[in-house]
Design a protein around this ligand. Sequence first.
Ligand SMILES: NC(=O)c1ccc[n+]([C@@H]2O[C@H](COP(=O)([O-])OP(=O)(O)OC[C@H]3O[C@@H](n4cnc5c(N)ncnc54)[C@H](OP(=O)(O)O)[C@@H]3O)[C@@H](O)[C@H]2O)c1
Length: 311
Amino acid sequence: MLRIRVHAFGLNYADVLSRKGLYKDAPPFPFVPGYEVSGEVIEIAKGLDASWLGKRVLAFTKFGGYSEVLDCSPQVTVEIPKDYSFAEATALGTQYTTAWCLCREWTKVQAKDKVVILSAAGGVGQALISFIKPLGAELYLGSRSKEKAEALAQEHGAHPLVYSLKKPWYVGMPSQSKADVVFDPMGGASVGKGIKHMAPGGRMLSYGVAMRSDKMRILRDVSMLWGFGLHHPIALLLGSKSLLTLNMLRIAEQRPDLLGTWMQRVINEASKPGFSKPKVHTFAWNQLPKAHEFLASGKSMGKLAVECNQA
Ligand SMILES: NC(=O)c1ccc[n+]([C@@H]2O[C@H](COP(=O)([O-])OP(=O)(O)OC[C@H]3O[C@@H](n4cnc5c(N)ncnc54)[C@H](OP(=O)(O)O)[C@@H]3O)[C@@H](O)[C@H]2O)c1
């Protein structure tokens, strides 16, 4: 184990769901949320390489990240690039690593692909844009907010895509335009019917059920599950379409080696000259409730991080 003095921890949308009791994988209350911390190594377990001591690092944590000092596994701890602040480094944790797995490990985006990124203003969405935009693919950037979708489209030379529970992403696609790759944290019909709106060779990457966070929970849950639909492999095969999923918690539990490898690849990519750094909103530790409110409001863009142990 590495003992880390935490200088910043990251917030993720799952923290909001966990706080509301809507996140299936969360431990029973009371528990400490938080999936990633960055800080300096102040102590190491016997037998570990002494060069870890004093290093500026980013670590993945399966809950417990909202801490001042934390013991983390070296398998999922990486050194952060020199020109990154601790707060900026938190973005490279869960969100950039999730995005990396989705667009570089699970599928390979091609230059001519039409790529739909839903919740494009969020942390994972911003990371997907950073990794995919340089490839030259045609981007459709989605948000529930027209203003956000248009601002994103303008910033990245992409198409805006506005959607809602009643009007999923494919309704907003130009007619005749079928997606090659869809990054979907929404779930339900967005995935189920979305598959029909993909071209042959299309890949649907499903990694969340964001619509669960509202109040009409049971009704919405049933409707969301129904919306996913049933996808027989033969139907997918005939259409040459793929449905891929990702749950980082399962990977962290069962394949920490894989997670550590992806984290290191993200660090390598983020260290390249010209890589655009993540956008981060930083809060002081005593502003945590405000940070959560902002995240839950859906108005945030990019990563939210909380600083602690500041001199
Ligand atoms: N499977 C995994 O391993 C994994 C890993 C990381 C994240 N995720 C999931 O990926 C999604 C995005 O994560 P993130 O870290 O990028 O979050 P984030 O930075 O908080 O971004 C969340 C985005 O989700 C949208 N949103 C907020 N409330 C919503 C609601 N009630 N219904 C629908 N959309 C809502 C907002 O987009 P607009 O308002 O612009 O529409 C917001 O920009 C989350 O659902 C998260 O649970 C999954």
